[in-house]
Design a protein around this ligand. Structure first.
Ligand SMILES: C[S@@+](CC[C@H](N)C(=O)[O-])C[C@H]1O[C@@H](n2cnc3c(N)ncnc32)[C@H](O)[C@@H]1O
Length: 399
């Protein structure tokens, strides 16, 4: 244990680590944000021995002044750290619009987006859904709320019909709800099997450096999760798993008050069989910095994305407990291929544009890319008159 680093030492240390990992060096301004984030983590630790991993990730991603999603450069797109489906190709939003259209009239033309990023999907859906009356956005980052407002205004959307909400009771009673890559951005804990016991990954400050350590599980939410998943956890020495009770809380917070609704989530993730597979013994928690994936969680706090895969079987259990009915589970590739958008999509005559479009389609649909790594899952609430599943059901039996 020890005191925190000076600004100069922190910057020298982070720069050396980037060089060692072959990562592009951050700008001065970005390093300043990382320094602020480092200091705020030190303040959060206070006199405690360690921070829960979830606390560390939450501060790194969402600290209001110096978090990854809340300050500095936008993380999305080719010049950022990762690219999401709405930013990849217009085919994605066209496919989503195709699934929303038949449900929208019954749901009063109300659409809710959970975690809207740059607003790319919001803009495309406004342009494609003729029955859309109001667009409701749940977004934790003030920076991104502004970006979304600007993008929607620039696309000519009447902002009187766009609403940013901070509590669930502001949402309309009937709505179609969409969340693309929001659940994997909600922080998780990690646990490791050690001689039949489960240890918790915690973050300690060792001579000013954040270090990860495995300590006896002490966070109540993690201990509860471990107890609830006891029958599924592989008893294999060294097996690592992510627990994300905050995702269950998020669903309870935002999906509880509707009278009639459909929700569609898309995310990187697995069914429980794959999630707890013995072969997946290293977990899925990863960092993304400048499109490079690595596992140095404590590097550049506030400058890199930290994400982990969703357990769709757990999500399904959570939503069914809240009264929702499963209405389809499939890969992103099948979601797109089963939409009419694929027939209407045409490639450009310009060779360069055509090559770029083809590359984007590969990212969206190929196995090994988003095609099968991202899954779509839909649920309905009080929607029994609609007997058809909302999206394809190919993977439902695996949940
Ligand atoms: C990986 S980005 C995906 C953005 C967008 N859906 C897309 O596909 O481009 C995650 C988004 O979820 C937001 N987010 C994360 N946690 C949230 C929470 N608890 N409540 C609301 N928004 C959240 C982030 O700020 C960000 O906009």
């Amino acid at each position: 244990m020890g005191s925190s680093l000076s600004r100069q030492d922190f910057i020298a240390q982070q720069t050396a680590l980037c060089t060692q990992l072959n990562l592009k060096l951050p700008t001065e301004a970005a390093l300043e944000l990382a320094w602020q984030n480092y200091q705020s983590l030190v303040a959060q630790l206070g006199t405690r021995q360690s921070l829960a991993l979830c606390e560390f990730i939450n501060s790194a991603l969402y600290h209001p002044q110096c978090g990854y999603y809340t300050s500095g450069e936008l993380p999305f797109g080719p010049s950022g750290d990762f690219i999401t489906a709405p930013e990849t190709s217009p085919l994605f939003a066209a496919a989503i619009a195709d699934y929303i259209t038949p449900q929208l009239t019954a749901l009063d033309g109300q659409l809710v987006e959970l975690g809207a990023g740059t607003g790319a999907l919001a803009v495309s859906l406004w342009q494609q859904l003729s029955g859309l009356k109001d667009y409701w956005i749940v977004e934790t980052s003030a920076l991104l709320r502004n970006v979304q407002r600007q993008q929607l205004a620039a696309a000519g959307v009447d902002l009187q019909h766009c609403h940013w909400v901070t509590t669930a009771n502001e949402l309309p009673p009937r709505a179609f709800i969409i969340g693309n890559e929001v659940l994997d951005a909600i922080p998780a804990y990690q646990a490791r099997c050690d001689q039949g016991q489960w240890l918790e990954r915690r973050v300690i400050l060792d001579q000013g450096n954040w270090q990860l350590d495995w300590l006896p599980a002490q966070t109540p939410a993690l201990r509860e999760w471990l107890a609830n998943h006891q029958d599924k956890l592989p008893n294999i020495e060294g097996y690592i798993v992510e627990a994300a009770p905050l995702r269950s809380d998020f669903c309870r917070d935002w999906l509880d008050g509707f009278e009639q609704a459909v929700v569609l989530f898309l995310d990187y993730g697995f069914d429980a069989g794959e999630f707890f597979a013995e072969s997946r013994h290293q977990g899925s928690l990863r960092c993304y910095y400048q499109h490079q994936c690595h596992e140095k969680l404590t590097l550049l706090p506030g400058l890199q994305d930290i994400t982990s895969h969703v357990n769709f079987s757990e999500l399904c259990g959570d939503l069914e407990n809240q009264g929702w009915q499963l209405s389809g589970f499939c890969s992103q590739r099948d979601l797109i291929l089963n939409s009419s958008a694929i027939n209407d999509f045409s490639l450009s005559d310009d060779l360069i544009e055509r090559a770029q479009q083809s590359q984007a389609l590969q990212i969206l649909m190929m196995p090994g890319e988003m095609g099968d790594r991202v899954k779509a899952i839909a649920f309905t609430l009080q929607f029994s008159e609609n007997a058809e599943a909302i999206i394809p059901t190919n993977l439902v039996t695996r949940l």
